[in-house]
Design a protein around this ligand. Structure first.
Ligand code: NAD
Length: 184
């Protein structure tokens, strides 16, 4: 069955992605461990959205897993591997201020978590498109004034953007491998 993996599936962008693909008749496999409650407190929890998706969205399967756990990600991708049609990665620590408070956890989720998913995709669904929800902050502090074709540079002094840049660089190197047909 056509299967889409969505990380951060109970978050703002992830939950809309789930509804979109489930509405098209796909099986949607969501990964979200409600880390948002740890980042921003109980009132920011995505538990209610997760329950709503489980109850009301036909074809939705939830996994309360952590993208920092590379074995769990590989096991999950392996389970669904013959049918994975696409991966949408929106699980993240999305706050600048929080990144500065705990850069190691920020890097663990945003950079290492992304690497774990890219590696699981490389092993178990190398042909599936991998969509990565990033941030315009990787382009510096005034992205709206930049030309539409961009390279990642800039002079940010905060913690958030460099960690996202690490994800971007990893993501683009894997994309290049794929597009140039080099061994990945
Ligand atoms: N919402 C926006 O307007 C916007 C704008 C620009 C960029 N983005 C980017 O899009 C992405 C998604 O943003 P969002 O607004 O949906 O964020 P969000 O906080 O609503 O959703 C992220 C989800 O990821 C989950 N999560 C966090 N760490 C996890 C982990 N280790 N394992 C599993 N799940 C985990 C959280 O519990 C949460 O439900 C982020 O990278 C963000 O920077 C969002």
């Amino acid at each position: 069955m056509r299967t889409i993996i969505v990380t951060g599936s109970a978050g703002l962008i992830g939950s809309e992605t789930v509804r979109h693909f489930a509405g098209e008749g796909a099986r949607v496999v969501g990964i979200d461990n409600d880390m948002r409650a740890r980042f921003f407190g109980k009132e920011a929890s995505t538990q209610r959205t997760r329950e709503e998706l489980i109850s009301n969205v036909r074809g939705y399967e939830h996994h309360d897993a952590d993208i920092r756990d590379s074995n769990a990600m590989c096991d999950l991708f392996k389970t669904y591997s013959p049918n994975i049609f696409a991966v949408v990665h929106s699980a993240s620590q999305p706050s600048h201020d929080w990144a500065a408070r705990d850069p190691q956890t920020d890097f663990g989720v945003n950079a290492n978590g992304t690497l774990n998913l890219l590696e699981a995709a490389r092993q178990f669904c190398p042909e599936a498109p991998f969509v990565f929800l990033s941030t315009n902050k990787v382009y510096g502090d005034t992205p709206n004034r930049l030309p539409s074709t961009l390279t990642i540079a800039g002079q940010n002094v905060d913690t958030f953007a460099p960690n996202y840049r690490a994800q971007h660089l990893r993501f683009s190197s894997v994309s290049r491998w794929h597009s140039q047909g080099q061994p990945s």
